[in-house]
Ligand binder design. Structure first.
Ligand code: AMP
Ligand code: MG
Length: 413
């Protein structure tokens, strides 16, 4: 993809260019499993789903009322009630001229009837029904195949089975499904300063939050995580972990050690045991992001700073995992909002600042910063409900300017 990058800092890959390049170097797994519908939540369909039946499969009522012939509803209509059709208990007779059947929502429309009048528009006296017009023929009748027709493609391969998809699959009566096998991802943190929650902090130590947070995101995506724990800043140990992970996982995700500090060995080891695709993105936060391969295993080196790690996971690793898993991702919808305060920004990198967007009294969207924008302040990330997409070439944003943003609540993170 040709990307305008005159304002890019030297050596940095513009975001869309890097993402496109990365995706072109990844191949989807092809193995699939047959699983029962009830265990399919969060899996990815391996095949297109065609409906085996019409949904609904019979004409039925959308209201509680009376099934009748529309032509019978005249000003002085008085119809003889000849029976009842309940959901699951159809009326087996035929509705003739001057007749009607009591019908409940979801019950089959009896033969002969073409219309339903809701009970609120009928008067009933001694098995005689007086419907009030006007009526339109076919009103309150759900037709066969109105939702889905037999043979119609309902979902494409690559669809993630969320609760709504699962509900539709259930309505088709499907018992078993072909789904892609779940990805297995090895996850590790590098850093001599890192301790696991529960351990005591020595001077200079911090708690490892990336592995826990990124691990949770992976789990939400239905991915099997192999936890390699915390690896010290020691090239030999890092090398050993990388080779082992490349052998047992579909992808390796690391955090830390991708900057240019004295103890940043991730990139060096990757170059040694594998191939580096690119390193350094023209994005903020998240400049030191590394992508490559160790043998056939894709490698994603997240920056150590927790905000950078989470944001680059979202921007780069999430689409990469979708490609590997055979999942089709819909393009991210973005919104326009007015800034309710100024945002600092210098040209050169695309800036994904954390924001809180809300509907203003005038009905338009307004956005403020979610706390401090330092890539080390992770609490702001948890407070945010959106990521601003501040364009690479853009400078400071004044209060009142329009910005593009992406909602992040309710996603996998
Ligand atoms: P690095 O990329 O290793 O230079 O780390 C950059 C910053 O992120 C440093 O302040 C690290 O202490 C911090 N950091 C690295 N890894 C983690 C982690 N797993 N959890 C929380 N902070 C981290
Ligand atoms: Mg480090």
């Amino acid at each position: 993809m040709a990307t305008h990058d005159c304002d890019s800092q030297p050596g940095l890959r513009p975001y869309l260019d890097a993402k496109h390049d990365m995706l072109s170097r990844l191949e989807a797994i092809t193995d699939s499993d047959i699983i029962s519908l009830e265990h399919s939540l969060n899996r990815i369909l391996a095949d297109d789903i065609h409906s085996p039946i019409d949904v609904p499969s019979f004409a039925n009522s959308a209201m509680d009322g009376y099934a009748l012939r529309a032509a019978d509803v005249t000003d002085d209509a008085a119809l003889t009630l000849i029976g009842t059709s309940l959901a699951g208990h159809p009326f087996n007779g035929r509705v003739g001229p001057g007749e009607c059947v009591r019908i409940m929502t979801g019950a089959a429309l009896p033969i002969g009837a073409d219309t339903v009048v809701m009970q609120e528009n009928c008067r009933s006296e001694h098995n005689v029904i007086y419907p009030r017009g006007p009526v339109t023929e076919g009103q309150h009748v759900r037709l066969p195949a109105e939702d889905l027709a037999q043979g119609e493609r309902v979902f494409a391969a690559g669809t993630r089975i969320n609760a709504r998809v699962l509900s539709v699959l259930s309505s088709l009566g499907l018992e078993q499904l072909y789904v892609r096998r779940p990805l297995t991802v090895a996850l590790l943190s590098t850093g001599d300063e890192l301790k696991s929650p529960g351990e005591l902090l020595a001077p200079g130590d911090i708690y490892d939050s990336n592995r826990i947070g990124i691990g949770a995101m992976l789990e939400r995506l239905g991915i099997r995580v192999i936890d390699y724990g915390i690896i010290d800043d020691d090239p030999a140990l890092i090398r050993q972990a990388f080779l082992k992970a490349a052998n047992e996982a579909d992808a390796l995700i690391t955090s830390g050690g991708v900057s240019v500090g004295d103890a940043d060995y991730t990139k060096q080891v990757l170059e040694d045991v594998g191939r580096i695709g690119f390193w350094k993105l023209a994005v903020k936060p998240g400049k030191p992001f590394a992508f490559g391969h160790i043998n056939d295993c894709p490698f994603f080196g997240l920056p150590g700073n927790p905000v950078s790690a989470a944001v680059t996971f979202h921007l780069m690793v999430r689409p990469a995992l979708a490609k590997l898993a055979g999942e089709t991702l819909a393009p991210t919808p973005t919104l326009q909002a007015k800034t309710l305060m100024p945002f600092k920004k210098s040209p050169g990198r695309m800036d994904f600042q954390r924001g809180i967007v809300s509907t203003q009294p005038d009905g338009n969207l307004g956005v403020v910063a979610a706390g401090a924008q330092s890539s080390a302040v992770f609490s702001a990330m948890a407070e945010a409900n959106c990521l601003l997409h501040l364009e690479q070439d853009r400078g400071n944003v004044a209060e009142g300017e329009m910005v593009t943003l992406e909602l992040i609540d309710g996603l996998y993170w």
